[in-house]
Design a protein around this ligand. Structure first.
Ligand code: XMP
Length: 510
């Protein structure tokens, strides 16, 4: 009954996720028994198989931290200066894994006024008069001595003229605060939250330097809201959050990479829409010689022929997809690419033979697509549009004409992004006419990735339970030995598989 993937994907058609449907298997375990632990690269393991795209409307330092805190990983874009990209790595790395705040806490110096705080709150999109926990430090940055904390109840009864007052006059001084020492670990931080009954407790380092806040909300999420769906933070051997970056393959990208490695970069993506090039082969060899500990992700590729060369020179993972992304026009403009399901299946098959994991990049529109990518051999998926429009994505929200709260999302090959400098991914240096391979637009406000990722993780676990696969490795074994059965769907079957014949219904949130 049904067909093996090999049969389906060697018929001469190119398919994407919606074209295929899997057959259910036998259930003899609960969904929460499914483990989503997976390899991002040969050397990095994730507890949630999802990473964010290196795009300037998706991943900066804040998103990279949030992704790693949730058990995935983020790849910081390089449509910026070397210094800006290095600062984003630093920003993400500054988060202590068990701090559990995806939000950069607001930090001001001891000489700041309440007007300065109000201005900083506005920058974060917070309504007037609504203070988050504001950390007051000696220098105004995290990493310097904690001087005190300001909260709403320190300021809400001050009345007119309060803006000119110094935070130092109204704050609770450090001596009066409940804090938790990083060295005491996660359990001590939880105990401090429980016994103090505070919403947030500042976390301090060995010399009293302020490292961030531990949030009560995260503890509640872990205990009650998503007890089975939360991933473990992705950390390296030094106990820091793992952070990735994208770079190009030119001489100045070597300088860029050196600055990122100095910040403790864990994995680098060589960013190209067509990765099978002499430039990428040379760059992989150079990185392997100069930074043997750095994980190198090569691509993008869609065929085993392209993948073979990159595997041959030591790629630690392959990024798969060409023209499948929601903002991509490469297939229309350049006439090359492949249906994403077909590409993922064929490249993963080759990758598996060499122990090289595959990242299915682009075209993920719902949790079912994540499950399908993994069941077709990918070890992780990379998402752009799914994470654009979240609180952690760069940029500000604005209200669209129809009243929806939206954020900018654009292809890195769009004219908009290329104007800012991203043309290296899509153009030769000498090209004078810019041909866009992507579009620019907006996406809906999706809230925080802290809510999105547990939702995806739980949905994927349920999909795996339906297949009868307890983990990613088992799903891949079922794919290889033919136990994973599937069929292609006709247009009518796809229509039937979606919501139909309803007068109205509640639209899903994401
Ligand atoms: P999704 O579907 O998740 O896709 O929004 C994100 C992926 O799309 C790729 N990307 C582009 N592809 N033109 C393209 O052809 C572009 O301008 C462009 N920008 C991003 C990229 O692989 C990303 O991860």
């Amino acid at each position: 009954d049904g067909y093996t993937a090999l049969k389906i994907f060697t018929k001469g058609f190119t398919y994407t996720y919606d074209d295929i449907i899997f057959h259910p298997g036998h259930i003899d375990f609960a969904a929460h028994d499914v483990s989503l632990d997976t390899k991002l690269t040969k050397g990095i393991t994730l507890s949630v198989p999802v990473v964010s795209s290196p795009m300037d409307t998706v991943t900066g330092g804040k998103m990279a931290a949030a992704m790693a805190l949730q058990g995935g990983m983020g790849f910081i874009h390089y449509n910026n200066t070397v210094e800006e990209q290095a600062a984003a790595v630093r920003e993400a790395k500054r988060h202590v894994p068990f701090c559990g705040s995806a939000f950069e806490p607001l930090v001001v110096g001891k000489d700041a006024t309440l007007a300065d705080v109000e201005q900083a709150c506005e920058g974060l999109g917070l309504p007037a008069g609504q203070y988050p926990t504001v950390l007051v430090t000696e220098s105004g940055d995290l990493g310097s001595a904690l001087v005190g904390v300001v909260t709403t109840s320190d300021v809400d009864l001050l009345g007119a003229g309060a803006e000119s007052r110094k935070v130092a006059d109204v704050m609770s001084p450090a001596s009066a605060l409940v804090t938790s020492a990083r060295a005491a670990g996660e359990d001590a931080a939880r105990a401090a939250l429980e016994s103090s009954k505070k919403g947030r407790v500042p976390l301090v380092g060995e010399s009293g330097e302020c490292l961030g806040v531990v949030e009560r909300k995260l503890l509640k999420d872990q205990l009650f809201r998503y007890p089975a769906a939360l991933g473990k933070p992705t950390v390296n051997a030094k106990g820091e959050l793992c952070v990735g970056c994208a770079v190009g393959t030119r001489e100045n990208d070597k300088v860029r990479l050196a600055a990122l490695v100095a910040e403790g970069l864990d994995a680098v993506i060589l960013d190209s829409s067509q990765g099978d090039s002499v430039y990428q082969v040379e760059m992989i060899k150079w990185i392997k010689q100069n930074y043997p500990d750095l994980q190198v992700i090569a691509g993008n590729v869609v065929t085993s022929r392209q993948a073979e060369r990159l595997i041959g020179v030591g790629a630690d993972a392959l990024r798969v997809g060409m023209g499948s992304g929601s903002i991509c026009t490469t297939q229309e403009v350049c006439a090359v690419g492949r249906g994403q399901a077909t590409a993922v299946f064929h490249v993963s098959r080759l990758g598996a033979k060499h122990g090289v994991p595959v990242i299915a990049d682009g075209g993920i529109q719902n949790s079912g697509h994540i499950t399908k990518a993994l069941a077709l051999g990918a070890s992780t998926v990379m998402c752009g549009s799914m994470f654009a429009g979240t609180e952690e994505a760069p940029g500000h929200y604005h209200i669209a004409e129809d009243g929806t709260r939206v954020k900018l999302y654009r292809g890195m090959g769009s004219l908009d992004a290329m104007k800012k400098g991203s043309s290296t991914r899509y153009l030769g240096e000498s090209q004078k006419i810019q041909i866009a391979q992507g579009v620019s637009g907006t996406v809906r406000d999706k809230g925080s990735v802290r809510n999105l990722i547990p939702f995806f993780a739980q949905a994927v676990k349920q999909g795996f339970q339906d297949f009868g696969a307890k983990n990613v490795k088992e799903a891949h074994a079922m794919l290889e030995d033919g136990r994973m059965r599937m069929e292609t769907r006709s247009g009518a079957a796809q229509h039937e598989g979606g919501v139909h014949d309803m007068h109205s219904y509640t639209k899903k949130k994401w």
